[in-house]
Design a binder for this molecule. Structure first.
Ligand SMILES: *Cc1c(COP(=O)(O)O)cnc(C)c1O
Length: 450
């Protein structure tokens, strides 16, 4: 048998240490639990709130036969929990980013700085508004590098979208200081980081606007949904108008077209009461969800601390990490690929469709150079707007091809991501740690023998 032949050939390795990928025994055989953080906590509480909306025949937030005010309550509890002055429920994170860019009045002639490791939603919001995205490299936090941002600011630069990628802030404080100094608007894309904070301040409070998503993969979920937060009243009024039909509403829920500067073009991104009900129940569980993930993640990370050949994404404030992802760096691309395959073979895998272990290069639509609409400067309209707009001529030689951001390009190739389910048990945590150590040891000893 092939596996036996391999086993004898590698007799220098103890049988117990033989990788499952090479025919050895796997660390575990039972699938890990599903890694949709919020969804795994859905129970009677969600059901009760959703049911009350259905029974009341009132699925619209602004009025109805017996309006249940789920979205109002969600916004209220959100403000109380995180200290955001204003909070507005929206239909998705993407919609939240779209209204944010519009609320800031950005358009042709403006440049918005974005990190090279991001979600295309922010790019879409910029491009649809007619502005130009400018790429900024990341640092070892996997978030935007303050140094690269500083080096790239031009008179065209009007705003920054900062992504709290993979559940934890990077150097957000430094970015906020730079934005203040250069009079740039700052949007925090907190879609992956509900419940995260930096040195005690919740995310979304460093910038002018913060945007959260409640899509299924996020820390809390209502299937579809999101939250936009800000501190400034006038900005909030614009967000309110834009997320609806272009106008804010009166107290009884009617559209209010009385103020000239609030007569805008809306995008129809109101939050539904059913989503509000789900999100409200989830918000109440968020501390439980994030603390379970944070504990599991840091137990694994500490268990791997001195493993040769493995390094980690830098998390400047571990206490503020929402814990959803553990990022491991191997020394090069082939080792990252081998490590991932070997880890899955050891049983670090979940039910079909779940992805607890991937090389980042496999799931790579979050990297600038793998987003075709960016790389090829696509347009939704026939004539190529906004790339062809005369006010955007300054950006005609901007490139989004691979090679633009060296740190992104390097990390993209050699990072392995472990998605941390909040339902991991002690044994799961031990197995994942053991499997990583086992595989890392073999990867390292293979390379030393070469
Ligand atoms: C998920 C996500 C979004 C988009 O949120 P939707 O609710 O799916 O529109 C935006 N930005 C980041 C960083 C995300 O992870």
């Amino acid at each position: 048998m092939k596996t036996e032949a391999k086993a004898t050939k590698k007799s220098s390795i103890k049988t117990s240490a033989l990788l499952a990928l090479e025919g050895g025994l796997p660390v575990r055989t039972e699938p890990l639990p599903w890694d949709y953080p919020g969804a795994s906590f859905i129970d009677e509480e969600e059901l009760e709130l959703v049911t009350s909306v259905v029974r009341a025949h009132s699925p619209f937030r602004f009025y109805g036969p017996q309006a249940q005010h789920m979205v109002d309550m969600l916004e209220h509890e959100w403000r109380e929990t995180f200290g955001h002055r204003y909070a507005l429920g929206v239909s998705s994170g993407t919609a939240g980013l779209t209204v944010s860019i519009a609320a800031l009045g950005l358009g042709p002639g403006d440049e918005v700085m974005v990190p090279g490791y991001l979600c295309m939603s922010g790019l879409a919001a910029i491009v649809r508004a007619g502005a130009i995205p400018r790429l900024v490299d990341i640092d070892d936090t996997f978030c935007m590098s303050p140094d690269d941002l500083k080096a790239k600011i031009t008179p065209r630069t009007k705003a920054v979208i900062y992504n709290h990628m993979c559940g934890a802030p990077g150097h957000i404080q430094k970015i906020a200081e730079l934005c203040k100094k250069w009079h740039l608007s700052l949007i925090e894309d907190c879609s992956q980081a509900a419940g995260a904070s930096f040195e005690g301040t919740p995310v979304g409070r460093f910038g002018d606007i913060g945007v959260f998503s409640f899509q299924l993969n996020k820390n809390m979920t209502s299937g579809e949904g999101g939250m936009v937060v800000c501190q400034d009243h006038a900005l909030f009024r614009r967000l309110l108008a834009l997320h609806d039909l272009g106008y804010p509403r009166t107290l009884n829920g009617a559209l209010d077209a009385s103020r000239e500067h609030e007569q805008l073009w809306g995008i129809g991104a109101r939050m539904a009461e059913l989503s509000g009900a789900l999100a409200l129940a989830q918000l109440r569980k968020l501390p439980q969800i994030t603390s379970a993930m944070r504990k599991a993640k840091w137990a694994i990370r500490k268990g791997l601390a001195k493993t040769p050949g493995l390094t980690f994404r830098e998390v400047p404030d571990p206490a503020g990490d929402s814990g959803a992802f553990l990022l491991l760096l191997l020394e090069n691309a082939p080792r990252a690929k081998y490590f991932t395959d070997a880890l899955r073979a050891e049983g670090v895998c979940g039910p079909p469709g779940s992805v607890p272990c991937v090389a980042l290069s496999e799931r790579s639509l979050h990297w600038y150079c793998n987003i075709p609409s960016l790389v090829h400067k696509r347009s939704n309209s026939r004539e190529g707007f906004p790339w062809t707009h005369p006010d955007n001529a300054f950006a005609c030689d901007y490139s989004y091809y691979k090679g633009t951001l060296p740190v992104c390009d390097d990390y993209h190739e050699r990072t392995v991501v472990l998605t941390i389910a909040p339902t991991l048990k002690e044994q799961d945590i031990k197995d994942v740690t053991d499997a990583c150590q086992k595989v890392a040891r073999v990867v390292q000893s293979n390379c030393l023998r070469q």
